[in-house]
Design a protein around this ligand. Structure first.
Ligand SMILES: [Zn+2]
Length: 307
């Protein structure tokens, strides 16, 4: 069995660009610190709207070649944050972007939203049993903002975490592995509100006109639910560069960005999480500042090899 770095972090996201927007600084930090960071993206984001006019032909209702293009954007983004292990669930194109909730693409054959849960989870079980992460990051049950692929990414990640630990599930996919800590990607309401107040002034110095609303930020929740905050300020530039690499989806200007709806949002360089499985190691009501805090089994591979 090959040796893996002591700390191993797995992130499960729905489309190329989600990883950079919501967890880019966290990924950059752990990669820089020598942890093994694995990104699993569930779809190619084929249904995304395209910002640059020159690339508009890629869209699903024209050439329908956006997915292949976004594979390249994701690779460029991962270079910016120093993550070399990035994969697509079941391989590139196995699951297709389902589009927004309620559109006919939800039911299209191959759409991630209509995927069989255990079949999709089995692809992730194979990754979990291979890289043996102590920490998993994914979305809350609403997928952060109700997008079908984000909800499905949450379901698949949670299901795969259970199945990966179950010796009775697909022994052919590798030795069982239990993930120590599972976090949902979140944003504390008071911080988001404060940043939006700040942005109303910052917009004067930016090319963007209209601000987004607090509700447009994925995962906004009550402050009390946040159990961990990762200070990504040293990785602010890397995060912004990763976001900007998603050229068809994001335009970055200084500390702000827009999606295809052209509504300005602040880039968060501190990223927030809610621990939903495992022990929080911070004292009292303090937030953890390290997703691996309290994880003891950093030499898990050695145990596995010894068996
Ligand atoms: Zn997404």
């Amino acid at each position: 069995m090959t040796e893996l770095p002591a700390r191993r972090l797995l992130l499960v996201h729905a489309h190329p660009d989600d990883e950079s927007i919501t967890t880019g600084a966290t990924m950059a930090k752990y990669a820089a610190e020598g942890a093994h960071v694995t990104l699993v993206t569930c779809t190619l984001g084929e249904e995304g709207e395209v910002i640059p006019d020159g690339l508009a032909h890629l869209a699903a209702d024209r050439d329908d070649s956006l997915g292949a293009h976004r594979v390249g954007e994701l690779a460029a983004a991962m270079k910016e944050v120093g993550v070399t292990d990035h994969r697509f669930l079941g391989g590139p194109g196995r699951y297709r972007d389902s589009g927004m909730m309620g559109v006919e693409q939800n039911d299209r054959p191959g759409a991630f939203w209509s995927a069989d849960l255990d079949e999709a989870a089995a692809h992730l079980v194979a990754v979990i049993r291979e890289v043996r992460p102590q920490v998993l990051v994914t979305y809350d049950p609403d997928g952060g903002y109700g997008h079908p692929d984000h909800i499905q990414a949450h379901r698949v990640a949670m299901r795969a975490a259970d199945l990966a630990a179950d010796p009775a599930f697909h022994a052919d996919l590798g030795a069982p592995h239990t993930i120590d800590k599972i976090y949902w990607n979140r944003a504390p309401r008071s911080v988001v509100e404060e940043r939006f107040r700040w942005m109303s002034g910052a917009l004067r110095h930016s090319p963007f006109g209209t601000p987004a609303a607090v509700a447009d930020v994925p995962g906004v929740t009550d402050d009390e639910r946040i159990t961990a905050e990762i200070d990504g300020r040293p990785y602010k530039a890397a995060k912004a560069a990763a976001m900007a690499a998603h050229v068809t989806q994001i335009t970055v200007s200084g500390p702000l960005f827009i999606l295809s709806n052209e509504l300005a949002q602040p880039i968060f360089d501190v990223e927030y999480y809610e621990l939903v499985r495992g022990e929080a190691s911070a004292e009292g009501t303090a937030r953890e500042t390290d997703l691996f805090a309290g994880v003891e089994r950093v030499t898990d591979m050695a145990e596995v090899t010894a068996q």
